[in-house]
Design a protein around this ligand. Structure first.
Ligand code: GDP
Ligand code: CA
Length: 319
């Protein structure tokens, strides 16, 4: 079976770790990773979501944090501070720096982001084929008002420096409208037997991937069922700022509203958490097959159960 999943960082990576447990040997998983969170710092290209996917699936992640490397040290950051060079709010550890150095060196030498990602994965062996959504530069920006001043900040600044404490007024995936899907993305979607939307952020993770012209269209046209899992449980994100960015695009923070936001054209099946069983009927009325199952990724076994439920719903839709 060929499975394609679109994914952001933590929510995507943790789900995929469960999916790997749930699939049969020989099944192939292609992961299309969000690159809208990418940021250039100190002349280096940092790809937070691709790295979270790679480190989580490859066994190098800082588990509690959900980003960055395990057993990290911070000498470079301390040295940068001595030089008065920031941003201080962005945490890049020494081990993590090596990844960004290798990536940036290869990009400077002329390799594409998808080639670089493949090369980094030779070390990490994530057990999936990890492909960036695009080789072209896309950067999610957020319009806010800070201390009475309207401004636009990089998504990382909104999340990491401001902790999403101010309202997001608009989300702009800068560059997405002219970006091309990375080589292999459309082909993988067209050849897939199942397409999954993990419980990643519907706006700044999955939404950004869908904003690359051709990708949403390919999902709609795909013969494979498209099944998603809600990142919203009991009216709130399990972690992160999905409520803030959903509000910015006029979508209520509920499992049913996120399903309706993706829409029945895109989505064939939707899983909501058991505690949201009351919204199953509304989702089905919207033309999307829906089931309520436990959706908390408390450990890999629980997450594998979620993945099995998603694959079962895909089979049900196909039949
Ligand atoms: P990010 O790029 O690191 O923000 O990660 P993603 O976009 O892939 O995933 C973020 C989303 O994962 C958030 O909206 C969370 O609500 C969701 N999430 C995190 N943990 C869980 C969980 O245990 N269950 C569910 N259903 N969603 C989760
Ligand atoms: Ca992200």
């Amino acid at each position: 079976m060929r499975i394609v999943a679109l994914a952001g960082g933590i929510g995507g990576a943790r789900f995929l770790r469960g999916l790997k447990e749930a699939v049969a040997p020989g099944d192939e998983i292609t992961v299309v990773g969000n690159t809208g969170d990418d940021i250039h710092l100190y002349g280096l290209k940092v790809c937070p979501d691709l790295d979270t996917l790679m480190y989580t699936l490859g066994g190098g992640i800082h588990e509690e944090q959900g980003w960055g490397r395990a057993d990290e040290t911070w000498s470079i950051k301390a040295e940068m501070k001595e030089y008065g060079v920031g941003p201080e709010w962005f945490g890049l550890g020494d081990r993590d720096f090596a990844t960004h150095l290798v990536r940036s060196q290869m990009l400077t030498a002329g390799y594409s982001l998808s080639q670089v990602t493949e090369a980094l994965c030779v070390r990490w062996q994530p057990g999936v084929r990890l492909v960036p959504m695009s080789d072209d530069r896309v950067e999610t920006h957020v319009r806010i008002t800070e201390d009475g001043t309207p401004k636009v900040v990089h998504f990382q600044e909104y999340w990491v420096r401001l902790h999403a404490a101010v309202d997001a007024e608009a989300i702009v995936p800068v560059g997405a409208d002219t970006a091309k899907p990375a080589p292999g993305v459309l082909e993988a979607i067209a050849a897939a037997d199942v397409i999954l939307l993990p419980p990643s952020n519907p706006v700044v993770s999955i939404g950004t991937i869908l904003a690359v012209p051709g990708i949403r269209e390919a999902l709609v046209a795909a013969s494979a069922p498209v099944v998603g899992l809600s990142p919203i449980v009991g009216g709130a994100p399990v972690r992160g700022m999905a409520d803030k960015v959903l509000a910015a695009v006029g979508v209520e923070s509920s499992a049913a509203a996120v399903a309706a936001h993706y829409g029945p054209e895109l989505l064939d099946g939707w899983l909501v958490d058991a505690s949201d069983a009351g919204s199953v009927a509304a989702v089905e009325e919207a033309g999307i097959r829906c089931r309520a199952v436990p959706l908390l990724m408390t450990d890999v076994a629980a997450t594998a159960e979620m993945a099995r439920a998603a694959l079962a719903l895909a089979e049900e839709v196909r039949a």
